[in-house]
Design a binder for this molecule. Structure first.
Ligand code: C2O
Ligand code: CU
Length: 510
């Protein structure tokens, strides 16, 4: 499966074709892989006090040959899935026993609302080798239980987030639905979290090192730039093999009933336009940040890095069929033609079975902030800065560019915005570069007000923490800052962009 895959770029039509990935053997990828290994659902942790040891482990990622050495949370990739009910305070202790050379780490619970000192921030809350840190997640917002959500935890170490995630420091976190919600959604084995994440392997099944050819930082914070082959705008950690829950091309045997799939794209860089091969639709019920006000029928769900979708699929009538979950960028009428074209996994549909699940008429969706300010409180412009040729910004005679927010590279010591505790703010994002970005904000969940001046599509009408921002696009969002003061981050979740400057700090202040 190594070597080449179809590649599409909306902005550079000339780039449509086959991309050869460096470091892998030739050969054209077959139309569809053979799905040889069963899907593995990660072990679940349900306690109030969870301890996860970061360590190197051998992981069965590919169907044949040696296992893959990865950096893991507690011995598996993905790490254990944590399942806790909203309002149940949860302490997670992370111990760093990674090999020498891995360095200090920090773990961020993506999507969750928690104190700044429990945020796993890029520079100030590092876990050194041999040390540990306990994160406190109350799973409440403004004193109320957080609604059913699908979060994930991952490393967030400044400058090394792409590498550390590539090596395996990723896991899922489900905030389960309230017990008396009256919802009869598929549960147990019919509620399946799926972490989709791509990697490249060498012939001996070990991960390639896309960071070896690297990029070098020149200058200092605020005026820094990166030079080298893996420097902006050519920094893209992409893999040729898609893993689901850590395994290449797995299959899952399902009964011909409804299933709930919690889809997460934890790839460092790529996006997927997710569809089922027989055209069967998804009923999207949530964003990963709680339920949508109304369920939406979709044949394609576009997920960029860090984005999630909570969907139902009905396999009724498909007994005996094999249905492929795939990424189909070329589908007409959908955006996302910059997504990868690839098969992801296979569902093998067995016999019908008793199905007590029901499609809810109403979803217990979280309240959206209202009213919202008419004036924009803060604008964030996502772009490419520096100069490729003149070397002015490189400072060392090299040329250097960096991904920027408001023209600046990330500086953890610089406060880029102050937001008042208890106030509602309206933020505007604009993309001035010629590639799509995925904007993520820590601390709060946001209401999407406008996408390019228009009411957002129905699947964006719940709460969100990560938005697709195409070149030239403008998105406006609003949230109230509750409970916690201190520094938080806003950044692009394409990890190479994040590592190469596209991050900023805002402080919630009294
Ligand atoms: Cu998923 Cu700032 O991170
Ligand atoms: Cu980006």
């Amino acid at each position: 499966a190594a070597g080449q895959w179809d590649f599409y770029c909306k902005l550079h039509p000339g780039m449509r074709g086959v991309l050869t990935v460096e470091g892998t053997g030739g050969g054209v990828e077959p139309e569809r892989p053979t799905f040889e290994q069963p899907l593995v659902v990660p072990r679940t942790e349900r306690g109030a006090d969870i301890r996860l040891v970061m360590r190197r482990s051998l992981v069965r990622a590919r169907p044949h040959g040696p296992r893959t050495s990865m950096w893991t949370y507690d011995g598996s990739y993905p790490g254990p899935t944590i399942r806790r009910r909203g309002g149940q305070g949860t302490e997670v202790t992370i111990v760093n026993r990674l090999p020498r050379g891995a360095g200090s780490m920090t773990t961020h619970l993506h999507g969750d609302h928690h104190a700044s000192q429990h945020d796993g921030q890029p520079t100030t809350q590092l876990i050194r080798r041999g040390a540990s840190r306990t994160y406190d997640y109350p799973l409440t917002v403004d004193g109320r239980a957080a609604p059913g959500s699908f979060f994930w935890y991952h490393d967030h170490r400044m400058d090394h987030t792409a590498r550390n995630n590539w090596r395996g420091l990723q896991g899922m976190f489900i905030v389960t639905d309230p017990p008396r919600d009256g919802l009869q959604l598929p549960r147990g084995r019919r509620d399946v979290p799926l972490m989709i994440s791509e990697r490249s392997f060498r012939a001996d099944n070990q991960l390639t090192d896309p960071f070896a050819s690297g990029s070098r930082m020149v200058g200092h914070h605020g005026a820094m730039a990166w030079v080298g082959p893996h420097a902006p705008p050519d920094d893209a950690t992409i893999g040729d093999t898609v893993l689901v829950n850590g395994r290449e091309a797995p299959y899952l045997t399902v009964s011909a009933t409804r299933h709930r799939l919690r889809l997460l794209n934890s790839s460092p860089f790529s996006s997927y336009n997710i569809a089922l091969s027989d055209g069967r639709p998804f009923l999207q019920i949530g964003t990963g940040s709680g339920f949508l006000p109304r369920a939406v029928v979709r044949t394609h769900v576009l997920l960029g890095p860090a984005q999630r979708a909570d969907v139902l699929v009905d396999f009724a009538g498909a007994t005996g069929k094999r249905i492929v979950l795939e990424s189909d960028p070329a589908s007409p009428g959908t955006t996302g033609d910059d997504a990868r074209a690839t098969a992801i996994m296979e569902f093998r549909v067995g016999s019908p079975a008793r199905d007590a699940s029901r499609l809810p008429a109403r979803l217990p969706s979280p309240e959206l902030v209202s009213p919202v300010p008419r004036k924009v409180s803060k604008s964030w412009t996502f772009g490419l800065s520096g100069d490729r040729r003149s070397g002015e910004h490189g400072g060392h005679g090299g040329h250097g560019t960096f991904w920027s927010i408001n023209g600046k590279a990330f500086d953890p010591g610089r406060i880029d915005h102050r937001a008042g505790l208890g106030t509602v703010e309206r933020w505007r994002f604009r993309n001035t570069s010629d590639v799509t970005h995925y904007v993520h904000i820590h601390a709060e969940q946001w209401r999407t007000l406008l996408r390019d001046g228009r009411i957002p599509p129905p699947w964006e009408q719940g709460l969100e923490d990560t938005w697709r921002l195409e070149p030239g696009e403008v998105v406006e969002v609003a949230a109230r800052f509750t409970d916690y003061t201190g520094p938080f981050m806003i950044h692009c979740h394409m990890l190479d962009h994040e590592d190469h400057g596209m991050m900023a700090r805002f402080d919630v202040v009294r």
